[in-house]
Design a protein around this ligand. Structure first.
Ligand code: RNT
Ligand code: ZN
Length: 432
């Protein structure tokens, strides 16, 4: 895009926002400090580095787009490319199965801090923070569809150990980076068909969780979050970690925060409405922003009303209270393109929320002028956000407007050629 035009459009927009009391420069300087946690699992359809076979836990990724990352170097290359097309300073969200297993493949319950040293170095080099997730799926010990809530003590203890190590790893990462690392706990436990006893697994799970969370973190950089779900594919009738279970558990534990995944509720139930309720009682929330299409399909996040509604709440409630992470997986399109689309949408939505004439809306509300409140909201939808966005991208030295699309396409074509070359496939298979 033409720099002169970007500057001109920005100057006009700046004036227009200033007339409503909004300082675009202040918005830009706050925006660049709000991290969104980019989920590493969009690079390879949640495969990870264990060669574990099929994706389990009721998760499903469709599509077979060429150039999928197959190892730690390829995942990192894709993340670096994606980050170079995204304005601001962000985090990368890791799962246990993305550890550095170059010295040998550990059991899940033995995945430890040493497997994340090279990620910590990588994060420092790339100026990003890290978040963490234990991986309680895609594993023979999860084949019964039960992990922490299993009636089998051997299975349960195996996963309790994994969860404890996940907390240890989180604390380690947070300390080493000097930056908050959020440990999200999500388990797939449930039944395909109607259970006779809905209580037993929940009682077992509560005990397991108490054991996992019994030790306090010594680091101020580590935080625990716990994620609920409505159902999984093949686990449609009963999910142990329903919203009520997770919410109630988190209320009983001052140090465990709630994770709201946008795809984990009934299709018309929006998470934006839940945030202010929970923040009345808790200090923080973790968001997994996803896009369900008819079901929890984890489509790429786009700038739709749902996303704008969530980010409005984030801005109004306090960006320091809500950890923002993305969670989707689409294997049917350019995977880096999917990451950049979602990240740019998330940042745009945050920016729009920060540029809203909120004080005007609030004043109308306080004065019981509800027509005026509605009309201000309507007019605000058409403010020149794009001018501020392009200026922000230009300042951050990342492509503006449509300019990043070709770069993403060219990158994916290039890596697909290399990665899907038969010699490289064999080399990767035998681990060279
Ligand atoms: C699953 C949960 C969970 C996962 C990731 C891979 O439905 O949303 O957060 O998507 O941990
Ligand atoms: Zn999620």
């Amino acid at each position: 895009m033409n720099t002169e035009n970007i500057n001109k459009a920005y100057e006009l927009a700046k004036e227009q926002f200033a007339s409503m009391g909004i300082d675009t420069e202040a918005v830009i300087s706050s925006l660049e400090k709000i991290p969104i946690s980019l989920h590493c699992w969009q690079t390879d359809d949640v495969a990870g580095f264990e060669n574990a076979g099929d994706l389990g836990g009721g998760l499903q990724v469709t599509g077979n787009y060429p150039g999928k990352a197959r190892n730690i170097d390829e995942v990192r290359a894709d993340l670096e490319k994606s980050l170079s097309l995204i304005p601001g300073s962000h985090k990368v969200n890791l799962h246990a199965i993305y550890g550095d297993f170059s010295k040998g493949q550990p059991e899940r319950c033995d995945i430890d801090t040493c497997h994340f040293d090279s990620w910590i170095d990588w994060a420092k080099e790339n100026g990003v923070g890290l978040d963490y997730n234990g991986t309680f799926f895609s594993h023979p010990m999860a084949d019964t569809n039960f992990t922490l809530s299993s009636k089998d003590k051997t299975i349960r203890d195996y996963w309790i150990e994994h969860a404890k190590k996940s907390r240890k790893i989180t604390e380690y990462i947070g300390e080493k980076l000097g930056r908050t690392c959020v440990n999200n706990l999500w388990i797939p436990d449930g039944y395909k068909d109607i259970p006779a006893d809905k209580y037993a697994h929940r009682a077992i799970l509560k005990e397991a969780l108490d054991e996992i969370f019994k030790d306090k973190y010594t680091s101020k950089y580590a935080i625990d979050a716990f994620e609920s779900k409505l159902f999984g594919v093949g686990v449609e009738s009963y999910t142990v970690t329903s919203n009520e279970f997770v919410l109630a558990y988190c209320m009983s534990q001052p140090d465990v925060i709630v994770t709201f995944d946008a795809g984990h509720f009934h299709p018309t139930e929006e998470i934006e409405d839940k945030l202010s309720s929970v923040l009345t009682f808790k200090d923080h929330i973790l968001l997994h922003i996803s896009r369900g299409v008819r079901w929890d399909s984890d489509h790429v996040v786009i700038l739709n009303d749902q996303l704008k509604g969530i980010m409005e709440q984030v801005v109004r409630l306090g960006t320091d209270k809500i950890f923002i992470a993305l969670d989707y997986f689409d294997g049917s399109i350019n995977r880096c393109g999917a990451i950049v689309t979602g990240m740019r949408a998330g940042i745009k939505a945050l920016m729009i929320a920060m540029l809203e004439p909120l004080s005007l809306m609030k004043k109308a509300e306080d004065d019981a002028q509800y027509f005026e409140r509605l009309a201000i909201m309507e007019e605000a939808k058409f403010l020149p956000f794009d001018a501020v966005w392009n200026y922000y991208c230009m300042k951050q030295d990342v492509p503006c407007g449509f300019d990043w699309i070709k770069e993403c396409s060219d990158y994916q074509t290039k890596v697909a050629k290399e990665r899907d070359n038969i010699f490289n496939i064999i080399k990767n298979y035998i681990g060279l």
